[in-house]
Design a protein around this ligand. Structure first.
Ligand SMILES: O=C(O)CCC(=O)C(=O)O
Ligand SMILES: [Fe+2]
Length: 129
């Protein structure tokens, strides 16, 4: 779990909230935008797109583990967080996936002669090296 606090900043373009990343240790991430302040952005078609918070809803993000296990059928989206000029922002991300010492790889049912494995089978921690 990660709890993020982004204080307001009068010059938001001069600071980094959370740098662009995909959730590497996660199969799926459940994200709660605690006080419904905009700040989450995803990279779509090579552009950063702001995601408007939906009150009382979670954001579900595909993580790198699901990308690997689905042999790339699901993609882990690149995302970041920017700060707001006047409002503080809080979010809680819970990362769900296998223990890091478990080996992960594409599900064998998804590996065929026409869809070869796109990722090697290794421990989750080793993908981040
Ligand atoms: O604060 C957010 O909206 C994003 C948080 C996030 O991506 C993370 O903690 O991995
Ligand atoms: Fe994230």
């Amino acid at each position: 779990m990660r709890m993020n606090y982004y204080p307001p900043c009068p010059q938001p373009d001069k600071v980094i909230g959370l740098t662009p990343h995909s959730d590497s240790i996660s199969l799926i991430t459940i994200l709660l935008e605690v006080n419904d302040v905009e700040g989450l952005q995803i990279k779509k078609d090579n552009k950063w797109v702001s995601i408007k918070p939906i009150p009382n809803a979670f954001v579900i993000n595909v993580g790198d583990v699901l990308k690997i296990m689905s042999n790339g059928i699901y993609n882990s989206v690149l995302h970041c967080a920017v700060v707001n000029t006047s409002k503080e922002r809080l979010s809680v991300a819970t990362f769900h996936g296998p223990a890091l010492y478990h080996e992960i790889g594409p599900n064998p049912d998804l590996v065929t002669s026409t869809t070869p494995a796109r990722f090697k089978r290794t421990r989750a921690t080793d993908y981040n090296k």
